[in-house]
Design a protein around this ligand. Structure first.
Ligand SMILES: [Fe+2]
Length: 136
């Protein structure tokens, strides 16, 4: 197994998770008065979940004696609530694509494979949730 390649992949996913956590949390804050409190709370819960995902990845990278990145991917802070949801959906789609691509890299690393599969499952569920909000 190419550990360096796996660590690079995990760090890329970590940078996406950090971006998602910050972006979703800022959208929760900035949507005050523009969206229902229930929906805003749900966005905040997703932000917290992405930070937990970042923690899982950082711990995994640390396990391989590598340095987890603290640098998020590009963060897009949108104006209207609909644009916020679209920006969040786009980032959510990128996360799903990354986990699907990186699962193959860790076939010989069962613990990492198991964790990425769990993260992918949660990201796919989030994707469905975000899509359902946009479809309303
Ligand atoms: Fe996540």
């Amino acid at each position: 197994m190419d550990v360096q390649r796996l660590v690079e992949a995990l760090n890329h996913a970590l940078a996406q998770e950090l971006a998602a956590s910050i972006q979703f949390f800022w959208h929760h804050v900035l949507s005050q008065g523009r969206a229902s409190p229930v929906l805003r709370q749900a966005v905040k819960q997703l932000a917290i979940q992405h930070m937990r995902h970042a923690e899982v990845l950082a711990e995994r990278i640390n396990h391989f004696d590598a340095i987890p990145t603290a640098q998020p991917e590009e963060i897009r802070i949108a104006g209207g609530f609909l644009d916020m949801l679209r920006a969040d959906l786009s980032l959510q789609q990128q996360l799903v694509a990354s986990y699907r691509a990186y699962l193959d890299l860790c076939r010989e690393e069962p613990a990492t494979h198991h964790q990425l599969l769990h993260l992918l499952t949660e990201e796919e569920e989030n994707l469905d949730v975000l899509q359902s909000w946009l479809d309303q």
